[in-house]
Ligand binder design. Structure first.
Ligand SMILES: [Fe+2]
Ligand SMILES: [Fe+2]
Length: 312
């Protein structure tokens, strides 16, 4: 019976059916949608503590205001995801303010503080580009109507974020000292960006998310799309990254084994040491150095207010 219901829904969705309410969903659809929206909301929200670590180092008032505007956008994007989750019956207060840090679903890259304002530029150029790539795909393909409509605004704002990052980096490479900062930023952040798209299609080609059209393209297709924008940008500012366009296959290829080992303490990729996706997922689950501090920052105000309320 459940299998029939699944097949019927998959078939309807593949023909273009737009899901609007819980009544349109199977249990599996609801579960996959909640999972996807949680990852999205957590990613949007947890981008902010990382950006906050360096926005005060902005070289001009304009750059600082822009960084603040971007953080404000991200809070708005998170709000959209959590409101949709609330409409699906999720206890969002519990999710936001009582969830242990290691259970948040933001990308591993967001568990790291930034060293300088150039890294904020790289964050926008690489990670917001990844967010833009992933969410544009959702916006074009998702079968969930309320999300598709909400993403029209998000899409435009993400484009502004990544352009801001590119503008910071273009300016920085003109100064020899800051060019070094750009090189250092890309050395650890480029591969972090590649990991945003998750395990390789060889391990996971067909997923529930694709069957139910919560997304339209596979992980490797999206990674390829990201590379097709990021690598030419890096070339345009004279920054080397370990990837190039391969004429024979008409694809971007990586010049190192991916995934590869990462030294968390030193924030360094070991480009000569291949790793497995199982190990990468283990690293993601162990979380990065600032995971607890960043989640605490998000939850702090709520708990302070609760303490005040109880004592009054
Ligand atoms: Fe965002
Ligand atoms: Fe963004």
């Amino acid at each position: 019976m459940a299998v029939d219901a699944r097949e019927r829904l998959v078939e309807k969705i593949q023909r273009g059916f737009v899901v609007e309410t819980i009544d349109d969903m199977t249990e599996e659809y609801l579960h996959a949608l909640i999972q996807t929206l949680t990852i999205t909301g957590d990613t949007e929200l947890l981008s902010v503590p990382a950006l906050l670590t360096v926005y005060k180092q902005a070289p001009t008032l304009n750059r600082k205001i822009t960084a603040l505007a971007i953080m404000q956008d991200e809070l708005g994007h998170a709000h959209i995801a959590y409101i949709l989750l609330q409409q699906l019956g999720v206890d969002v207060e519990e999710l936001l303010y009582h969830r242990a840090a290691h259970r948040w679903k933001n990308p591993y890259a967001f568990d790291f503080g930034l060293d300088n304002f150039v890294e904020l530029g790289a964050f926008n150029a690489l990670y917001d580009r990844a967010g833009y790539t992933l969410l544009s795909d959702v916006g074009k393909n998702t079968s969930y109507g309320p999300w598709r409509r909400a993403l029209v605004k998000v899409d435009k704002e993400e484009l502004f974020h990544l352009r801001n990052g590119e503008s910071i980096l273009r300016e920085a490479v003109r100064d020899p000292e800051r060019r070094k900062e750009v090189e250092n930023a890309f050395r650890w952040m480029f591969i972090m960006g590649l990991e945003f798209f998750g395990v390789s299609d060889q391990l996971k080609s067909r997923t529930t998310q694709l069957d139910l059209k919560l997304k339209g393209k596979t992980n490797d297709q999206l990674r390829q799309e990201w590379l097709s924008k990021v690598v030419p940008f890096c070339e345009s500012i004279g920054i080397q990254v370990p990837a190039h366009f391969d004429e024979a296959s008409q694809q971007y290829v990586l010049d190192f084994p991916f995934p590869c080992k990462f030294d968390v303490e030193r924030r360094e990729w070991r480009l000569n040491e291949p790793d497995t996706w199982d190990n990468v997922i283990r690293r993601f689950k162990a979380r990065g150095p600032e995971n607890e501090a960043f989640v605490a920052r998000i939850q702090k105000g709520y708990h302070e207010y609760e303490r005040l309320r109880r004592s009054s």
